[in-house]
Design a protein around this ligand. Structure first.
Ligand SMILES: [Zn+2]
Ligand SMILES: [Zn+2]
Ligand SMILES: [Zn+2]
Ligand SMILES: [Zn+2]
Ligand SMILES: [Zn+2]
Ligand SMILES: [Zn+2]
Length: 349
């Protein structure tokens, strides 16, 4: 039974990763994506998979469904048909249809948002979209939709939460990783909600926490400030709430960003630590070393470190000829680790 679940996951989650079209950046030289045995790039052209093709929407929803399953946010997922227990993310798509009245025959202009905050009526959801920069709005077929999906790969790489996507974890490392993921799912990770600043929901939660107060003053009209920019929240515009942060804090939709990369938190999935918001990647980086070679977190006691960067011992190899550089001279050129021969060959070009 265990085994069939595993191969099911492989089929949905990884098959696509190994067969993708040629690289968009290296037209002509790359004949089709071939996954390197452990680097997250193409063996033929050395570019990442996203330069060839993004994961399909099905794959994306499956991955996020897996991330949110076994958490208090599993209500955002649904059981996947034909699988035993796998869950898929119920991504909230929004389709807006506007009649074009200038023409004689009625025609309709349809705009699809590949993701919209759940739980809002269409008018508020549209206000939410207006409050984020146009180039980040996930309108199907635009840069904004592409950007959301790229950010998802960057902020929440599957190998940060699913050991099946990690290459070569030992059994011991796998259990350390599982404990690490369980801990952040229970105490750190959340999915934010969008609501009006003075919504009933917030007042109700506040009432619950201050129920024992003696004074029964009439509810005053309060000013709500954004936790990031400290500017006033307009009372009629939707604000973002993160339950891990408490309902006394709220953010402008454009201010709900990672404290490290300053990127908007994709699909409102956040990590709350030290009174700040983090994306998944940067939360993980704040807790564990990450391998500069394979981009996975390091769960082994032994690893290589140099100038603040880390590597799995077996991944401390030349990016060009792949020879091990343990106890050998090397050059670190930006993020590129090279042996001295490959480094001087490169300089000669
Ligand atoms: Zn390629
Ligand atoms: Zn390429
Ligand atoms: Zn703000
Ligand atoms: Zn970040
Ligand atoms: Zn590695
Ligand atoms: Zn080399």
């Amino acid at each position: 039974m265990e085994l069939s679940t595993g191969s099911q996951k492989m089929a949905v989650g990884q098959q696509g990763a190994e067969r993708a079209p040629p690289c968009v950046k290296c037209k002509g030289t790359c004949t089709g994506f071939q996954l390197h045995s452990w680097r997250k790039l193409c063996d033929l052209c050395r570019c990442p998979r996203e330069d060839h093709a993004l994961p399909t929407e099905v794959e994306e929803d499956y991955r996020i469904g897996h991330l949110l399953s076994d958490t208090s946010y599993s209500g955002l997922t649904a059981r996947m048909k034909g699988s035993d227990g796998a869950r898929v993310y119920k991504r909230n798509r929004m389709i807006i249809t506007n009649p074009i009245t200038s023409r004689k025959d009625p025609t309709f202009l349809t705009v699809t948002y590949e993701w919209a905050p759940p739980g809002l009526n269409q008018k508020l959801a549209m206000r939410y979209m207006e409050l984020i920069p146009k180039k980040l709005q996930p309108v199907a077929g635009t840069e904004g939709a592409h950007y959301r999906r790229l950010q998802l790969l960057k902020q929440l790489p599957a190998y940060d939460y699913d050991p099946q996507y990690c290459k070569g974890l030992s059994e011991g490392e796998k259990s350390v990783m599982e404990a690490f993921v369980k801990e952040y799912k229970e105490n750190v990770m959340g999915v934010a909600e969008v609501a009006l600043p003075c919504s009933a929901k917030q007042d109700e939660k506040e009432a619950n926490t201050t129920a024992n107060n003696t004074a029964e003053e009439p509810a005053e009209k309060k000013d709500y400030l954004c936790d990031l920019c400290q500017n006033l929240m307009p009372a009629d515009a939707p604000a973002v709430y993160a339950d891990r942060a408490g309902y006394k804090r709220q953010w402008h939709p454009a201010c709900f960003v990672c404290c490290q990369c300053r990127e908007p938190l994709v699909n409102l999935i956040y990590f709350w630590k030290g009174n700040r918001l983090w994306c998944g990647r940067h939360y993980c980086d704040s807790e564990r070393p990450r391998c500069n070679g394979c981009d996975e977190m390091i769960f082994s006691e032994r690893f290589q470190q140099y100038e603040g960067k880390s590597w799995h011992v077996e991944h401390f190899t030349c990016t060009s000829c792949e020879q091990s550089l343990i106890d050998k001279p090397f050059v670190l050129d930006g993020a590129l680790l090279l042996c001295t021969t490959c480094s001087s060959n490169r300089a000669a070009y």
